[in-house]
Design a protein around this ligand. Structure first.
Ligand SMILES: C[S@@+](CC[C@H](N)C(=O)[O-])C[C@H]1O[C@@H](n2cnc3c(N)ncnc32)[C@H](O)[C@@H]1O
Length: 234
């Protein structure tokens, strides 16, 4: 039975090159390991649409699974290539354009997407904050676009885990975890949330959401109908 709250000590085995240290947004190794063990078996194919510095792909390979990923920034993509056994499996590109890439069917997805707050956040997260965006609603809409495409690449009945936080910045609350869950739940079925309590440092609590695709064969309209029935009967 999966736990509702997990306590972990944040740790990354790999020491980042000096030029990346200020941008260290990596997921903890043991967090990725926990979900890989929970949701996959050896030789399964795991996808991270926002690969960052490659924690998911490195842990996936370490645990005897096959990793695939997308990363927007070319230098981060090259860095990941230097860390993994199958460098062709990390593609430099945008998760918003997933349909354009030749990707296999996945057994599981784990990611930590780029975050956004409602206040004082002009930069567009899905271009790695390099251009000005159209605000929080656009961000949530784009998150749905990513998961609509991702759901087509997931085998029937498998899971996707999204690591995301609610954020208080300058006294303004952004319910990012709940808003992202609501947005993605329009294209995949929201299963549950799991709270990660970080031990021994100042990291705030992180929410991990588990989504499952009920069937990859339904059209979007039918999927919504299915979701409505599911929600209704619970
Ligand atoms: C929070 S970080 C992921 C960190 C990763 N989990 C790790 O442990 O290293 C999010 C990543 O998404 C990338 N990104 C931003 N927009 C993207 C897009 N449209 N498609 C793919 N990756 C994107 C950013 O460059 C950043 O590296």
């Amino acid at each position: 039975m999966m736990k509702s709250i997990i306590k972990l000590k944040h740790h990354n085995e790999i020491i980042l090159p000096q030029k990346y240290i200020a941008d260290d947004v990596r997921s903890s190794d043991n967090l990725v390991e926990y979900f890989i063990n929970e949701f996959t078996k050896p030789d399964d194919i795991v996808f991270d649409p926002f690969s960052g510095f490659g924690t998911t792909l490195v842990m996936v390979e370490k645990l005897g699974r096959i990793g695939y990923g997308l990363e927007y920034l070319p230098d981060r993509t090259e860095y990941i290539k230097s860390l993994i056994k199958n460098p062709d499996n990390i593609i430099c590109g945008s998760a918003l354009e997933m349909d354009n890439y030749d990707l296999p069917q996945f057994d599981f997805s784990f990611t930590s997407p780029p975050y956004m707050t409602k206040n004082n956040h002009a930069e567009y997260p899905f271009a790695a904050y390099q251009i000005t965006g159209d605000g929080y609603e656009q961000y949530l809409h784009d998150m749905k676009t990513v998961y609509r495409q991702l759901s087509k690449h997931l085998k029937s009945g498998v899971y996707a885990v999204v690591k995301v936080c609610n954020i208080i910045k300058e006294g303004v609350l952004t319910t990012l975890a709940w808003d992202v869950a609501k947005s993605i739940s329009e294209v995949m079925t929201f299963e549950r949330e799991i709270i990660i309590e970080w031990e021994g440092n100042k990291k705030t609590a992180t929410t991990v959401m588990v989504m499952t695709i009920i069937t990859v064969l339904f059209s979007e309209r039918e999927l919504k109908h299915e979701q409505f029935n599911l929600l209704h009967t619970r």
